[in-house]
Design a protein around this ligand. Structure first.
Ligand code: DC
Length: 222
């Protein structure tokens, strides 16, 4: 059994940035579960699967195989034998992932893969339901959050760096919509686990957040 760190929280809270840095520093594997849902979203988009049609989702999941490999420490997501890592991070794919992730068959398709990675490795795993459902016995659970405004500002900044202009109000509205869906679905909604440590990153820089989490890991690992 590996040492498991679960990081949950809403879109844009900084989970992946923090999880990547921590795992690299501490020699853990970083498992980005959102990327797995995004891979399923790619299959749905390509095959016109309606995520609100339960039977269609179930049928589609029978034809989906998601795998994870690591290339120089970077997670690569394999969808039915194809490396789709470069196609995951678009708004369209993110929205489809959020819609598809409401379906229990979609979640079950990924659950065993997520648990197997955590059994076999020391992991920092980020997502929405890691501390509550996927790894309820994780040695450390962190709930990372920030206000929707701050998360939208960060997202607009990231896009600007890539040369893409985005409107702050529109971006914040999209973030709030995604939060609502992720927090209010019936199966494995986004919520803070009872034993998770809340870290609000509104006024914290990445370094500060990483130091806090690193210290918690050291404390618990002994
Ligand atoms: O973290 P992300 O933006 O890559 O995630 C995309 C969507 O996938 C997110 O809006 C909800 C879903 N998701 C989930 O339901 N459970 C997870 N553990 C991770 C992501």
């Amino acid at each position: 059994m590996g040492f498991n760190v679960a990081i949950d929280g809403p879109a844009g809270a900084g989970k992946s940035t923090v999880a990547k840095l921590i795992s690299k520093e501490m020699g853990f594997i970083y498992v980005d579960t959102g990327a797995m849902f995004r891979a399923i979203a790619i299959y749905f988009l390509r095959n016109d699967v309606c995520p609100e049609d339960g039977a269609a989702c179930e049928e589609a999941c029978k034809n989906i195989d998601v795998g994870i490999v690591y290339d120089n420490g970077a997670q690569q997501v394999i969808l039915n034998g194809e490396n789709v890592t470069g196609q995951l991070r678009t708004q369209e794919v993110g929205d489809m992932a959020s819609r598809a992730s409401v379906n229990p068959a979609v979640r079950n398709t990924l659950l065993e893969l997520q648990r197997k990675l955590a059994r076999e490795n020391d992991v920092v795993m980020d997502g929405r339901d890691i501390g509550t459902v996927v790894l309820p016995n994780a040695e450390l659970k962190v709930y990372l959050t920030a206000s929707s405004r701050v998360r939208a500002e960060r997202r607009v900044g990231e896009l600007k760096e890539k040369g893409i202009e985005a409107d702050l109000d529109v971006t914040e509205k999209e973030i709030i919509e995604r939060d609502m869906r992720d927090m209010n679905r019936e199966v494995a909604p986004l919520k803070q686990a009872d034993d998770a440590i809340l870290v609000d990153t509104d006024k914290m820089g990445i370094d500060e957040v990483c130091t806090a989490i690193r210290n918690l890991i050291k404390e618990r690992r002994g």
